[in-house]
Write a protein that binds this ligand. Structure first.
Ligand SMILES: Nc1ncnc2c1ncn2[C@@H]1O[C@H](COP(=O)(O)OP(=O)(O)OP(=O)(O)O)[C@@H](O)[C@H]1O
Ligand SMILES: [Mg+2]
Length: 310
């Protein structure tokens, strides 16, 4: 029986949140060695889960995450985003839903949060639930618990792809978060600049450490297209491709730097939807297509566990 959904009061949010965190902290921790089994357990209707990550901050992870999500929707895939950047959530702003509040419904006697939906993309972010200033002081395990709740207590329904917009860095918090989510794989976003590449390399190593396959490198802010059609390599040239070669990873593609990409993020309409004919929208779409085909073809090659009939 479904109860009439209603908007949370601040107190309800807080109580529900704390209760849920306590419950979750008492449940088993996730075994990171078998992401397929984990996804089946915690997100039974989600086919593929992908972390959008980087070592360095500000290289465009959130921008890439929302544009990839929009491009995957355009390709016909059911897609969602979890804003895993508990300390600096940007997904609500970048998708133009900063003032929305998720509804709480009862399904099979259990409280379930309904994801916010915009442009067909389902999403959940701490930014919808608590004042971001409160979350800033949370320690790693508390942030990880919130993230687990986004998987276990949100009614995602069927999804082909669920993207996680990760916080920057490769420290304890990132490692804890990475170990808390069942991942099909991760993509690493970097600019071509050496200091970003060094951190991207650290990011790839972090995923390797917890046995999460890196699905490829995406180079953002690769160049600026001048009006005469020539390119200006503001942050250097070819860094992403070089890193992919060095680590024997897929190079998924590059995205130019363009004011319209920034405006799309600030105004809550990703460039893939706002200016679909632009060079950058096409670059995002080609990366998304590449990534999806890659993930699906790899999954087909994985042996399935035998079904035991009794
Ligand atoms: N290709 C691009 N062209 C122009 N601006 C861009 C591009 N990619 C990202 N930006 C802008 O750069 C800034 C940083 O991007 P974004 O917030 O996506 O980075 P991030 O890696 O998620 O940052 P953080 O590490 O803080 O989470 C934003 O203002 C965004 O609009
Ligand atoms: Mg971000």
């Amino acid at each position: 029986m479904i109860f009439k959904p209603h908007f949370y009061t601040k107190n309800e949010v807080f109580c529900y949140y704390i209760c849920a965190l306590c419950l979750i902290q008492n449940t088993n921790t996730i075994n990171t060695n078998n992401p397929v089994t984990q996804t089946e357990q915690i997100l039974p209707k989600v086919k593929y889960t992908i972390a959008v990550s980087s070592g360095k901050g500000g290289v465009g992870k959130s921008t890439v995450a929302v544009n990839l999500a929009a491009a995957l929707i355009k390709e016909g895939y059911k897609t969602g985003i979890i804003d895993a950047d508990i300390y600096g959530p940007s997904i609500p702003t970048m998708l133009g839903v900063a003032d929305e509040k998720p509804k709480l419904v009862k399904i099979n006697e259990k409280n379930r949060l309904l994801p916010i939906v915009k442009y067909g993309i389902k999403m959940m972010s701490i930014g919808f639930l608590v004042d971001p200033n409160e979350a800033v002081v949370w320690r790693g395990p508390m942030a990880a618990s919130a993230l687990k709740q986004f998987m276990s207590d949100v009614e995602w329904d069927e999804l082909d792809f669920l993207l996680y917009d990760m916080p920057p860095g490769t420290g304890d918090i990132q490692l804890t978060l990475t170990q808390s989510i069942p991942l099909t794989g991760a993509v690493i976003v970097s600019t071509p600049q050496e200091i970003s590449i060094i951190d991207a390399r650290k990011g790839a190593k972090m995923f390797e450490k917890v046995n999460v396959p890196v699905l490829g490198i995406i180079e953002n802010m690769s160049y600026y297209s001048r009006q005469d059609g020539t390119k200006e390599y503001i942050f250097g040239e070819g860094g992403g491709q070089k890193l992919a070669g060095e680590l024997k990873l897929n190079f998924l593609g590059e995205i130019a730097i363009n004011t319209d990409v920034r405006i799309g993020g600030d105004e809550g309409k990703p460039i893939v939807l706002g200016k679909p004919d632009s060079q950058e929208a096409e670059q995002f779409c080609s990366i998304a297509k590449n990534l999806a085909e890659n993930v699906i073809s790899k999954a087909k090659l994985q042996p399935k566990l035998p079904v035991i009939e009794i």
